[in-house]
Design a protein around this ligand. Structure first.
Ligand code: IMP
Ligand code: MG
Length: 180
């Protein structure tokens, strides 16, 4: 079991399993109905997944463009639970087919907010890909068009995902199980 920062980490999805799944996801996306794809990666958690999925998309014959957006529920002067854009994308999404990438779909609020925003801005289509789906936690009517893995109801770290800013660098997805 890997030990990082003096914590034992149980591996849920290994780097090899994730790589294999990314290839399958990219092939599914290539068979889907999106054209001239603009990938919008939701920071920070999805940056590793987005980087790998983009390259898998190349292997699947696609030529996506990339933007980043950062969404927060902690904006100055916002009500509890209200989401705001902390850092916005730079391209216009008007008439574009947008592929939103996030690390985890949990309550679904982040993805619903971001998808609605892209549609309001005139996107032609918005599809959602999530590496992990905690569907048992959903509070909004949203489902991902493409899902890497159904995730157990556990707090996961690694592959871009953090616990208190730590563990984003791990090449696998895991769960902190205790002190080493
Ligand atoms: P929601 O779908 O709006 O509830 O938010 C999902 C977001 O919460 C994800 O994009 C992650 O940033 C964060 N998140 C949810 N579960 C976890 C977890 O187990 N580990 C790390 N981040 C998580
Ligand atoms: Mg996130």
């Amino acid at each position: 079991m890997p030990i990082v920062r003096n914590k034992k980490i149980e591996v849920l999805y290994s780097a090899a399993e994730i790589a294999e799944r990314n290839t399958e996801l990219a092939e599914q996306i290539a068979l889907g109905d999106l054209s001239n794809i603009l990938v919008v990666s939701v920071l920070k958690g999805s940056f590793v997944f987005a980087a790998d999925l983009m390259r898998a998309m190349y292997e699947a014959g696609l030529s996506p463009e990339l933007e980043f957006i950062s969404i927060s529920s902690y904006g100055a002067g916002t009500e509890a639970g209200e989401l705001v854009v902390l850092r916005d994308i730079e391209s216009s999404v008007e008439g574009r087919d947008v592929l939103l990438i996030d690390d985890i779909l949990e309550s679904g609020k982040t993805m619903k907010f971001t998808r609605d925003l892209m549609m309001e801005r005139g996107a032609n289509k918005v599809a959602v890909v999530a590496l992990l789906d905690k569907s048992m936690r959903r509070q909004t009517k949203i489902s991902a068009d493409y899902v890497g893995f159904e995730c157990p109801d556990k707090f996961v770290v690694g592959y871009g995902m953090d616990a208190g800013h730590a563990f984003r660098e791990l090449p696998f997805v895991g769960v902190v199980t205790g002190d080493a």
